[in-house]
Design a protein around this ligand. Sequence first.
Ligand code: NAD
Length: 511
Amino acid sequence: LYIFGQQLIQSMKVQSTTTQQDDHFLIADYDYKSTNIEKNGDKYIAKPQITNFKFKTDTRIPKVGVMLVGWGGNNGTTLTGGILANKFNITWNSRRGTHQPNFYGSLTQSSVIKIGTCNTEEVFVPFKDVLPMVNPCDIVFGGWDISSLNLADAMGRAQVVDYDLQQKLRPYLEKLVPLPSIYYPDFIAANQGDRADNVIPGNNKLEHLNTIRKNIADFKQQNNLDKVILLWTANTERFCVEDPNVHGTAEKLMKSIESSHPENQCINNFCMCCLFRRMLIHQWITIKYYCSRKKAGVFVAGDDFKTGQTKFKTCLVEYLVGAGIKPKAIISYNHLGNNDGKNLSQESCFKSKERSKKTCVDDILESNKVLYPTEEELNIDHTIVIKYCPETGDSKKAMDEYIAEIFLGGRQTFAVYNVCEDSLLAAPLIMDLLLLCELFERIQFSKDSSEFQRFDTVLSWLSYLMKAPKSESGITTINALSRQRAMLENLVKVCAGLTVDDNLRLEVRYG
Ligand code: NAD
């Protein structure tokens, strides 16, 4: 057994001259090998280089609270109930038999990382064991919803979790009631109005913001928390009509909240609270307004959760382009029957969703100038259709057609039918987002012996989890799924003092 910070890690211990550890910190030295490319006429000159980095991880695990905006929705109830089922080891019956709780679909809890080879055997350990991470069962949950239903009734309304599990979770969930939230009806679909019975009164946006700030402070204090993470999992809001005088800088945005300017979404208010309290948020939508975000040090990962259809898209298109096959059209239909689908049936909200879904293959196509030598060719048919069909419930049907050009003008067509049990895919992913955001707040790096600094506030490391990830300014955003996963895995390994895997396996071939 190996004590790592306050967490007991049974799987591994790193023994190396390039890592140091005391009671609080693990410091790993890493020689990063990259290649600098210079352009000389029509030739590239490649110059390999090595840069020294040190990664310092605070190994003390904080007590973490999570506040969800939209706590009473499908994602909110599934996440909270799922974690409680794991925490109290609640089993339940369905027509398929007796079920044990698990965290399938969670990168941190249910996937593994190769840490090396033992003789010729590859050795893998759970992702969560490589660096000290918060145990999801220790997270305290809270949050807001415009609907007043307690979480047990809200879980019933969601129709996601098996009935028997709902009944077993009822004693835990019925005590959990969302706080009243900010509600600006103009920003979500009109059809959401009938559940909005739990709203902070009045039209004064500054008072709304102050109420939310107080809620966060109370939650932190009442639960004796070291850290609070705020995550937006409420309905997709329509974009606001952009005006640089209103949204151009953090100061202008604050002024516009003070004057209750109509073109401020609810999410703006929640983001502002994060800036005040230096918390972690996952949504990007409004971040470009927060010019002072570096100073505030709030982490932002991107927009929307990359669960079913988009995950598959960024995997399949990466495979095709990597194989030298040229995607020419992607036509995606979604039949969605949950409340999210109901909200998206209003065009203004759908437009926000469409934007987050559409850009996900751009960088993959742009990387291959053999297939796409001109801008015009990059402009493939990429169509997104979402239809609200109540009968579908949370079992979203994603029907995608991929048409690609192959050798000598031939065509390869994939017709993919993907039943995404939406919230059961989203909940573990949301959990990963929270756990990794928290971990990355405890990591600092130093380049060439400079002072240690925190990661940039735009956490592109988390792009694997985001439908529309964002990157630090000036850096290309990566959407290709295997690259995103490799990036995340390698970062965690490097911070732990492990070797990054280039898959050459020379030690096995020629060892
Ligand atoms: P949901 O409609 O079941 O839940 C959203 C909740 O937010 C509802 O309970 C609603 O009452 C509440 N709400 C709306 N406005 C609010 C406000 N201003 N303040 C507080 N609460 C508010 O939806 P869901 O299925 O849980 O999805 C939530 C979000 O996650 C949506 O934006 C959805 O598009 C996104 N999502 C993405 C994926 C994916 O596959 N990538 C999967 C699931 C959900």
